[in-house]
Design a protein around this ligand. Structure first.
Ligand SMILES: Nc1ncnc2c1ncn2[C@@H]1O[C@H](COP(=O)(O)OP(=O)(O)OP(=O)(O)O)[C@@H](O)[C@H]1O
Length: 370
């Protein structure tokens, strides 16, 4: 899969841009604050309909304007189709083949993307929320129905938390309603957990293979899903549902006391181990970096396994941070198969092999210099 052409209108510091990309490696060079990340972000938004660095869509609209538009021409298995995201102050529209898609799950997955940016180091070091977002985004683009269940889960969770607050403050004693919400939420939670477990299983296999390669065979990477309920990877959906139902019954009194939902996918986490040791606690900077890179590269293979097509890879300001060996490994992994976008302030830290094959774009104040 690749992006053939991209057009931006009023997108951040791009008033108007129309650009054709190489289907292999594209290097985006520019000084600080010229629009490199903005360009990478626009490709990400085209795929996911939201940004990786803000939850406020309005920020994507150029300051003095009232709308922004991203249009892309995508080639997937020799077929070409258009994608479009339009953002206004009132909301956004996502169009696939010129048709507006009302459900996000009907849009996401048309353009698969893997992004590796400096903040991805937080995948290992940061809060559980970052790791949950990572798994949710990745499963979502492989299986869009996951997004539907996640959306429903979050909706019921909000109602349930609201009711728990009311019960805590004794403004109501409607436990029957609480149990109805618990049952509904459990249905979606069981599907979410089953899909997360399956994803973990596949991710573990690929990530370890890649990690061993990058560490020259001396490090093994393992990942474990840390659930808040007594569920495990070997459980099927029905078993997960039954266990969750029991667990919710057990914590009901405590949840009312605390006024919030204490267990479920929204509180789970993932733990990474290198040679059996928790990387978050004991790993060096280099091991944490390699772990994050292995996870990202594993995603490329996972998406390929599921969709029979390689995703687009966005490397925002990270390539020059990797040493020569890691860069070569990365490039060997993607060699000729994955359309890649690399952004950088200077070509100095970039492997000459990469530059030889690349199409180079120079960015200056929201414009591409010819
Ligand atoms: N909504 C917006 N409207 C207009 N300009 C914006 C908007 N949002 C951000 N900018 C501008 O975009 C520029 C930042 O661009 P970007 O983040 O892409 O930088 P960059 O080239 O990646 O730089 P660095 O190398 O420092 O990361 C800044 O000048 C910022 O003021």
């Amino acid at each position: 899969m690749h992006i053939q052409q991209l057009s931006l209108t009023n997108y951040r510091n791009y008033k108007q841009l129309s650009v054709q990309f190489d289907d292999k490696i594209n290097v985006i060079i520019g000084e600080n604050a010229q629009g490199k990340t903005n360009l990478m972000e626009s490709i990400y938004v085209l795929g996911f309909s939201k940004s990786h660095r803000t939850t406020k869509d309005k920020e994507l609209i150029q300051w003095d304007q009232n709308y922004a538009k991203i249009e892309g021409s995508i080639v997937k298995r020799n077929r070409q189709f258009p994608l479009e995201i339009q953002i206004t102050n009132k909301g956004k529209k996502a169009k696939l083949n010129h048709l507006e898609q009302r459900r996000l799950s009907d849009y996401i997955g048309a353009l698969n993307i893997v992004m590796f940016a400096p903040e991805d180091l937080n995948l290992v070091k940061g809060s559980p929320q970052i790791r949950r977002r990572f798994i949710d985004m990745e499963i979502g683009q492989i299986q869009p129905v996951y997004i539907y269940h996640l959306g429903q889960y979050v909706k019921i969770l909000k109602q349930r938390n609201h009711l728990l607050k009311q019960l805590q403050k004794r403004r109501t004693d409607d436990v029957t309603m609480l149990r109805v919400l618990t049952e509904q939420m459990t249905e979606h939670a069981a599907i979410i957990l089953e899909k997360r477990f399956l994803f973990m299983k596949h991710l573990r296999k690929w990530a370890n293979e890649i990690h061993r390669g990058i560490s020259r065979g001396i490090e093994d990477l393992d990942l474990q899903y840390a659930a808040t309920a007594e569920v495990s990877e070997s459980d099927n959906k029905e078993k997960i549902r039954i266990t969750l139902t029991e667990s919710f019954a057990e914590v009901e009194t405590k949840e009312i006391e605390r006024g919030t939902t204490l267990i479920g996918p929204h509180r789970d986490d993932v733990v990474f181990y290198v040679n059996g040791k928790n990387v978050q606690t004991y790993g060096s900077q280099g091991q944490q970096r390699t772990t994050a890179l292995s996870l990202k590269l594993a995603e490329i293979e996972l998406i390929y396994q599921e969709t029979k097509d390689y995703p687009i890879l966005l490397l925002d300001d990270v390539l020059s941070e990797l040493d020569d060996y890691r860069q070569s490994h990365l490039l060997d992994t993607i060699e000729g198969k994955v359309q890649t976008f690399v952004s950088t302030t200077s070509v100095d830290g970039i492997h000459h092999q990469t530059l030889e094959k690349a199409e180079i774009f120079r960015i200056d104040q929201g414009k591409i210099l010819e």
